[in-house]
Write a protein that binds this ligand. Structure first.
Ligand SMILES: [Zn+2]
Length: 333
């Protein structure tokens, strides 16, 4: 295979360290790094010093999260992507929706993966014995390994045969009265990442080949053309996070045999949906727990949500399935 189409697999020998470029695997000096959360994003939303909790419960600031990255990957691949996303983000929801989904996937994927790398590098430190070590979870490592193959489309010219690796939703939120312009949430286990930049909430499951988007197509058809109230956006987000939790398959990706003259690597994808169910069964109590987390700031509890155990309350849809134009916060009507 041609050198520029060769993929790097850091999971094979767990090559994570301050001297290994996260994207191409080249050995670098320790001063070559890239920010996990891009500089423009931190400046625009004034989050450089905002705290972020890591898996080992330690607290860092957004600006502290960096990954080893060679100059070539930084200037040729990361920087141009950041410029495109920044320009799109300045146009709000419409701009982000107009962006090629593959770019948005790469952009979100890089922040997710960068956060993960920070956990993995720390775990390699013999002085740190984390209680919950990602590197000791074989199923999670399989997911990350699979995901990193397609994330390398950041660097390696690559087309996805007939899929997008993740489900991405860009939601329009009426955030005028929100206390903060920026929100961030991720979950390594379920490969979920979510950001809100002013009125644009991006919710993404990074490793499902759009299965979630397909499963949620009726909900999304109602949500996509509308501007949601924050409590509705929080519910939508909870539905996606819960859906990702139910997802029971891990897509795998295989590069097609490249011919010597090939300029682009074509990726095929496999999902074993014959032996495995794609989604585990929906359970109202578990969903209500997740929704209560999303709705905590409105003071809505799991018990409120499950007043009718068969039908958790919703701020998006009436019991008849109609979209709720003017949601009333439970208990405050
Ligand atoms: Zn590199």
């Amino acid at each position: 295979m041609q050198q520029h189409l060769a993929l790097f697999d850091p999971f094979e020998k767990m090559q994570f360290g301050y001297r290994t470029c996260f994207l191409c695997g080249n050995t670098i000096t320790q001063d070559q790094v890239t920010q996990v959360f891009p500089e423009w994003l931190m400046q625009e939303y004034d989050i450089t010093e905002r705290p972020l909790q890591m898996l080992d419960q330690s607290v860092v600031q957004f600006k502290d999260l960096q990954v080893p990255c060679c100059r070539r990957c930084q200037t040729q691949y990361i920087q141009p992507l950041e410029e495109q996303v920044q320009a799109a983000a300045q146009q709000g929801v419409a701009g982000l929706r107009a962006l090629e989904p593959k770019l948005l996937f790469q952009w979100l994927g890089k922040m997710f993966y960068g956060t993960l790398i920070n956990e993995l590098i720390k775990e390699q430190d013999p002085l740190i014995k984390p209680e919950y070590a990602v590197s000791e979870q074989p199923k999670m490592l399989m997911k990350f390994q699979s995901f990193f193959k397609v994330l390398q489309s950041l660097r390696v010219p690559m087309t996805f045969a007939d899929f997008l690796p993740g489900s991405i939703f860009v939601v329009d939120v009426d955030a005028a009265a929100e206390p903060s312009r920026f929100e961030f949430r991720d979950d390594l286990t379920t490969m979920m990442i979510s950001l809100r930049l002013d009125n644009a909430m991006i919710v993404c499951c990074l490793l499902d080949n759009e299965l979630l988007k397909r499963a949620m197509r009726r909900v999304w058809a109602e949500v996509e053309p509308r501007k949601l109230q924050p409590i509705q956006a929080a519910e939508f987000s909870a539905r996606v996070f819960y859906g990702a939790y139910l997802l029971n398959v891990i897509p795998d990706y295989l590069p097609r045999q490249a011919k010597p003259q090939d300029e682009v690597l074509v990726m095929d994808s496999l999902i074993d949906d014959v032996t495995d169910v794609i989604f585990n069964p929906w359970e109202n109590s578990a969903y209500a727990k997740m929704l209560a987390l999303s709705w905590a700031r409105w003071g809505v509890t799991q018990a409120d949500i499950l007043k009718d155990p068969e039908a958790p309350i919703s701020m998006l849809f009436t019991p008849a399935g109609e979209f709720v134009e003017f949601p009333e916060v439970p208990g405050q009507a």
